[in-house]
Design a protein around this ligand. Structure first.
Ligand code: ADP
Ligand code: TRP
Length: 333
């Protein structure tokens, strides 16, 4: 298989997919997007928007279409580079659905039934269709079709990568050595970013600060971050949502300075919120300009995505051909 060499060093293939399930927020940015964008500097990054997976929760064509394109534009605006990385939309490389079928024949029903994410979704009242049930097989196909070696995911997705390993090992034992066995890479360093109500920031809790929201929406959200009733002249507790959201933007020294501000008489929560709002706008200023540019130049977005899909397809064809040959699907001998 092709490997990426830079100055004689073989770069690992890091691969991850992101669901286009709604407006991306500061939690997604600090917990995942920033990290993925950084990977393109030090690895052979394969990153894609998983719209087939999103069908398990979004069954409205217009919404899926909009979310998919918006997620892609968000990533490109934040610095995902279609030359440095391979960045595409999952459904532009439909070979992944063929591999899903092939892998379905070595994936046990029991393995799927033990899926905690599947069980959680059922418990939340989601209807069990076959898409939801075999979600982990599509994810295995995503990883194996492109020879992913390192898979950065949140803790909740670790089991899916372990299932991928099981499925790949079973395939290799049954049909011969075709697939690379991937390793999960779980981020243990970064803290979860709290939402404006103090719980984990998540679109399901309606407590997010959107990265590319309108300025007045962002201001309103920041000003409504929950705080206690400590008076302006009293020492304030810095173990709160306002402090933790703000410190996501800061280095160590700046974080200490922020902590100090919580103790200064005369500085109210409102003042700190105003500074946070300015910090957010400054941090994202150039990204917002790029995002607006892309919004008005969709043809260039389509072109970058097409380029990514073509690069991804070349790798997909290699692995798929080997899997088809090993499984006996290619009958021309
Ligand atoms: P949401 O909770 O809004 O539905 P997702 O589950 O789609 O977000 O998460 C997408 C990615 O963003 C995952 O990699 C997840 O670990 C990361 N992420 C989501 N919320 C946060 C948060 N509050 N803090 C840090 N990372 C987060
Ligand atoms: N299931 C992952 C999530 O919800 C998204 C995903 C799909 C993925 N395919 C993948 C992650 C392949 C890593 C590798 O977050």
């Amino acid at each position: 298989m092709a490997a990426l060499f830079i100055f004689g060093v073989i770069l690992k293939r890091v691969l991850s997919g992101i669901q286009p399930s709604g407006q991306l927020h500061l939690g997604n940015y600090f917990g995942m997007m920033k990290r993925m964008i950084h990977y393109q500097e030090e690895s052979d990054l394969f990153c894609f928007i998983v719209n087939y997976h999103a069908m398990t929760s979004i069954q409205d064509g217009n919404r899926l279409r909009d979310n998919t394109l918006n997620a892609a534009m968000d990533f490109l605006a934040l610095g995902m580079d279609s030359e440095k990385s391979t960045f595409w939309i999952q459904s532009d490389v439909p070979q992944v659905t063929e591999l899903t079928w092939i892998l379905s024949n070595v994936a046990g029903v029991g393995l799927m039934e033990r899926g905690t994410s599947y069980k959680d979704k059922l418990a939340k009242g989601l209807k069990a269709n076959m898409g939801l049930f075999s979600y982990p097989i599509l994810m295995a196909a995503d990883i194996l079709l492109f020879g992913g070696e390192i898979v950065p995911v949140g803790k909740d997705q670790k089991q899916h990568v372990e299932m991928t390993r099981d499925i790949a090992i079973r395939f290799n034992q049954t049909f011969g050595d075709v697939f690379i066995i991937p390793e999960p890479d779980i981020d243990t360093e970064n803290q979860l970013v709290p939402g404006i109500d103090g719980q984990k920031m998540s679109k399901s809790y309606n407590n997010t600060i959107p990265i590319f929201g309108e300025e007045k929406v962002i201001r309103k959200k920041v000003m409504s971050i929950v705080t206690d009733s400590t008076g302006v002249d009293e020492v304030k507790n810095s173990d709160c949502a306002l402090f933790h959201i703000y410190s996501s933007f800061l280095n160590e020294k700046e974080t200490l300075e922020l902590k100090e501000r919580f103790t200064i008489p005369g500085t109210g929560y409102g003042d700190i919120k105003k500074s946070l709002f300015s910090r957010i706008m400054d941090h994202f200023q150039s990204f917002r300009a790029k995002r607006a540019y892309l919004e008005n130049h969709k043809d260039s977005v389509y072109e970058m995505l097409q380029h990514g899909a073509e690069k991804a397809s070349t790798v997909a064809e290699e692995y798929l051909t080997r899997a088809r040959n090993a499984a006996g699907l290619n009958y021309r001998v």
